[in-house]
Design a protein around this ligand. Structure first.
Ligand code: SF4
Length: 301
């Protein structure tokens, strides 16, 4: 179960200075990963600028997380309970008045149809094979390279059939291309941080991996992909934390957060993937002024 003790905010501002209390693997990736942008990171963690509408990918993830908690947090669960938990979560989330959701009707229909079926199949087929040792285990890893801990929650520690402990992360996606496979597990910053956390706590974890649900238009797929924890991957993770941590600290000290996704012309810098696209000066506004300038040129002004 989740630890009821809450961490202080990841970032606080004291006497006009930005202070990092802790970061999570996902916040580090949000700064420097392929789906990240330094300026979006600033809007989210420092300015706390209200985000625009959230999309279907996040909604599917929330539904699946709740279904997994329902499946694993009680000694016995009926398949329909997990299915209902998935549906309840997405309907309650959509009904919330403090968040804006913009989910394509096709995605919503896939979620409502395939999500409960996937949750049911998980309880019937996967759950009996899984020996969960802990769920939502809170971790805090210290690195000598940075002054703050990296915190997070491991979805599940599992006893593997062949022996050893696995660190398992639950994923759900509506995408046909996104893969939660062995390569993704091996290079995952999040999973390797969890591996380092287990090593610091003397938990004998030997593998990391994903249990994923792909909710597709015509079917649902449940997959698992686990790989051994390697010293190379752990060492690479420490290097990444040190290098990106350095960049984050520098940005916080100077107050300069670069619109990296805009400069790199990444798909992240779009209405669909950036929650601040409408208000960012490098998002919709930049496109608007560019098109106005083009119109003016075309009009000979
Ligand atoms: S609109 Fe582009 S530059 Fe601005 S925060 Fe979003 S991703 Fe970054």
């Amino acid at each position: 179960m989740s630890d009821p003790v809450r961490h202080p905010r990841a970032i606080t501002i004291e006497n006009g200075k930005i202070h990092i209390n802790h970061l999570s693997p996902s916040s580090i990736e949000a700064f420097a990963g392929p789906y990240g942008c330094e300026l979006a990171w600033y809007y989210r963690y420092i300015e706390r600028r209200p985000a625009g509408a959230f999309g279907g990918a996040l909604l599917a993830g929330r539904g699946w997380d709740t279904a997994m908690l329902t499946a694993h947090d009680q000694p016995w669960v009926e398949p329909d309970e997990a299915a209902e938990a998935f549906l309840d979560e997405i309907e309650h989330t959509l009904a919330r008045t403090d968040e804006e959701w913009d989910v394509a009707s096709g995605d919503l229909s896939v979620m409502r149809n395939r999500g409960p079926l996937a949750a049911k199949a998980y309880v019937e087929r996967e759950l009996p094979q899984i020996h969960a040792l802990a769920t939502q285990k809170k971790i805090a890893v210290r690195f000598k390279e940075v002054d703050w801990p990296v915190i997070g929650y491991i979805d599940r520690l599992e006893a593997r059939p062949a022996g050893g402990v696995a660190i398992a992360d639950d994923k759900a996606t509506l995408s046909t291309s996104r893969k939660w496979d062995e390569d993704a597990a091996n290079t995952s910053l999040q999973l390797n941080v969890y591996a380092l956390a287990c090593a610091q706590e003397s938990i004998a974890a030997s593998s990391i991996g994903y249990r994923s649900a792909r909710l597709l238009k015509t079917k649902q797929e449940l997959k698992q992909a686990f790989v051994p924890i390697t010293e190379e991957a752990k060492a690479r993770t420490v290097e990444i934390i040190a290098a990106v941590g350095d960049r984050i600290e520098h940005a916080c000290e100077t107050g300069v957060f670069v619109p990296t996704a805009y400069i790199d012309q990444r798909w992240k810098c779009s209405q669909k993937f950036c929650s601040w696209y409408s208000s960012c000066e490098f998002g919709a506004k930049a496109r608007m002024s560019a098109s106005l300038a083009q119109s003016a040129r075309e009009a000979g002004l």
